[in-house]
Design a protein around this ligand. Structure first.
Ligand SMILES: [Zn+2]
Length: 117
């Protein structure tokens, strides 16, 4: 290996080291971005978990749809009245409501009774 070849080899290594150095810098920037994103996602995850834990603390919101159910509770009483009305021979279905059944079972009334039960 003569001096020229050694010189060329050293120059080639220097060039490669320069490229490696640049790649190292790029990797370092990329790593910084990944760490930053990781931190951001960890914070977001933390906030979302807090929100999830907060959700059961809002039964008041869930009770609001229950109130209409509470108003429907008299339907049990109303159901008895309607069933009695049906037994007395009147339609309770929305098709013939209030009109006499004339001793025939009405499919609509029976469906309504089963639905309300
Ligand atoms: Zn009917």
């Amino acid at each position: 290996m003569n001096k020229k070849e050694v010189f060329e080899q050293v120059s080639y290594m220097e060039e490669q080291i320069g490229q490696l150095y640049q790649q190292l810098g790029d990797l370092k920037n990329h790593l910084a971005e990944v760490l930053e994103e990781n931190h951001r996602l960890a914070m977001e995850n933390h906030h979302l978990r807090n929100r999830l834990n907060d959700t059961p603390e809002r039964p008041s919101d869930d009770k609001e749809p229950t109130d209409p159910n509470g108003k429907e509770e008299p339907v049990g009483e109303g159901y008895d009245n309607l069933a009695r009305l049906y037994d007395e021979g009147f339609h309770i279905c929305n098709v013939h409501f209030g009109s006499p059944r004339q001793d025939e079972d009405c499919l609509f009334c029976l469906l309504f009774l089963n639905k309300t039960k």
